[in-house]
Design a protein around this ligand. Structure first.
Ligand SMILES: NC(=O)c1ccc[n+]([C@@H]2O[C@H](COP(=O)([O-])OP(=O)(O)OC[C@H]3O[C@@H](n4cnc5c(N)ncnc54)[C@H](O)[C@@H]3O)[C@@H](O)[C@H]2O)c1
Length: 483
């Protein structure tokens, strides 16, 4: 098979481990994830040309020096050459990604790690050039963006996935399969917290263009949706936030911690609840991210502590630490080679690029990949976007937000419920778990979209109305941002 060209958009923490702050890149990804994985996949023959694009040409020299220091000088046998956009003499060019994408061939891949509000336009531009697209979580910020990106992807016939790497964590993927044996969904609770230094890393957009819920809750919302499959759907979201630290640090409104309380419904009519909590004001601890979840089915439960894998150490410099080489294993092997091919950070990139390559060669089809259900395909991620978008609207309006579905689907229909992951005799009617719009409760008359029952609708088709209360925006920008 001909090697795949890859265009990486965003030259920051996740792609190359470049963070121009006093703290630098987070301790769990000091050399980044995407470029290192692509270099290793080039060594394996899957990847060929690698293009790296940012908006700052003036930073590219430093970025390449970072790659040399953290990757080329550390691992034997990796070709770390890449082509950069924009050119070094260009101070900034926010649309350089268009030139970079134009330089790729149809069937190549684009891997997008830029601030959340730019995911949709850049992913759409990539799909329009018939590139397979892997976009950082959260895929997009609104249902409207999700619909527009899906349209571009369907038109181009390319693969579009969200980089939810937790799906490749061996405990998380095992839990996903076990959940199928625990009966209908009952309760899910997840937490994910990172230290305050993350607010420095993300000061360009934190609280301005995105929030901590989009940034971290997205992970476990995807995991939860993946575990329950199409047999459950989120229907109502209430969000609350803690404030104080981020506002003092950044000098502008910005939540410290966001909790989303979500009412779920199973296809048999029974109800479930979920609580997703994310924070970027944690104290420095034994690991960069404290994280884990509790899943309760009606017949049993599962717990994973993703921060503590039974492996710890201590150094004079850093003190006590919990290690998680299951994610990214940076320590070279005894021969000086990269040895992290089994880590779920690496696997997530590798599986996407492998699927893109197989699609190009006709050995697999998009529908087959969708049926296999391992990749987080954009077409199946609507519920994740709906919950995150509803959470933002709830924070800004102070009201609960309903997630609306195609009214023709009846949750108490005649087919049988089969437990958590959709295995067994029956399956839900098509569209039952496919969110189409959001409705802010109790905002009657406040915005142009106020409707008869006193709620404000935010549809997935671009006909969005502003909510009242905190001045929520329509679906082209999440409420509270970008106004
Ligand atoms: N850092 C993580 O641990 C992590 C993990 C998973 C997903 N993500 C997601 O990655 C995305 C951000 O990437 P990051 O974490 O590396 O952050 P980052 O701030 O370190 O890097 C983002 C990069 O995007 C660049 N950029 C901004 N506007 C651009 C434009 N118009 N064109 C090209 N580049 C542009 C910035 O200059 C910066 O170099 C977010 O969506 C985040 O949710 C981050």
């Amino acid at each position: 098979m001909a090697p795949l060209g890859v265009c990486i958009v965003g030259a920051g923490e996740y792609t190359v481990g470049y963070v121009p702050t006093a703290h630098g890149a987070a301790s769990d990804k000091p050399a980044g994830v995407v470029a290192l994985s692509c270099f290793e996949l080039r060594r394996q023959g899957l990847v060929g040309r690698i293009v790296l694009c940012d908006m700052y040409g003036s930073r590219m020299r430093e970025v390449r020096a970072t790659i040399r220091r953290k990757i080329a000088d550390v691992y034997d046998g990796l070709d770390t050459s890449l082509e950069c956009f924009p050119e070094d003499h260009v101070e900034q060019e926010p649309t350089a990604y268009l030139r970079a994408l134009d330089s790729m061939a149809p069937g190549d891949a684009a891997i997008i790690f830029v601030p959340d509000h730019l995911h949709a336009p850049i992913a759409i531009a990539a799909a329009q050039r018939r590139l397979h697209v892997l976009v950082a979580k959260p895929a997009v910020q609104t249902l409207d963006e999700h619909a527009r990106l899906l349209e571009a992807v369907a038109k181009a016939g390319v693969l579009a996935c969200v980089e939810f790497h937790k799906r490749w964590d061996p405990m998380y993927s095992d839990a996903r399969n076990r959940a199928a044996q625990l009966g209908p969904f009952s309760h899910f609770a997840a937490h994910m917290t990172q230290p305050k230094q993350q607010l420095d890393t993300f000061k360009a957009w934190a609280g301005l263009r995105s929030d901590i819920s989009y940034y971290l809750n997205s992970h476990h919302i995807d995991l939860h949706c993946w575990m329950v499959g199409p047999n459950s759907r989120p229907e109502r979201v209430v969000a609350m936030a803690a404030t104080g630290v981020a506002e003092r640090k950044l000098g502008r409104p910005c939540e410290d911690t966001i909790s989303l309380m979500v009412q779920w419904r199973n296809v048999d009519g029974s109800l479930g609840t979920a609580l997703y909590t994310a924070s970027w004001v944690a104290a420095k601890g034994d690991c960069h991210t404290q994280q884990g979840f509790l899943y309760m089915g009606q017949g049993g439960e599962l717990r994973v502590d993703q921060a503590h894998r039974g492996y710890s150490g201590a150094t004079d410099e850093g003190g006590y630490a919990s290690y998680n080489p299951l994610y990214m294993r940076y320590t070279p092997d005894a021969n000086g080679r990269f040895a992290g091919q089994g880590g779920y950070g690496f696997v997530s990139i590798a599986r996407f690029l492998d699927a893109a390559s197989r699609l190009n060669h006709g050995s697999v089809g998009l529908e087959q990949l969708r049926r296999e259900g391992e990749l987080a395909m954009l077409v199946d991620s609507l519920r994740v976007t709906a919950i995150l978008h509803a959470g933002r609207l709830s924070l800004d309006s102070g009201a609960p937000v309903r997630i609306l579905y195609d009214g023709t689907a009846d949750p108490s229909g005649s087919w049988t419920s089969v437990g958590a992951a959709g295995k067994g005799a029956g399956s839900p009617p098509s569209g039952w778990a496919s969110a189409i719009a959001l409705q802010v409760e109790g905002c009657g008359g406040a915005g142009p979209g106020g409707n008869a029952d006193g709620a404000t609708a935010v549809s997935g088709d671009g006909n969005n109305a502003a909510a009242g209360g905190g001045g929520a925006a329509g679906a082209d920008a999440p409420a509270g941002f970008a106004n």
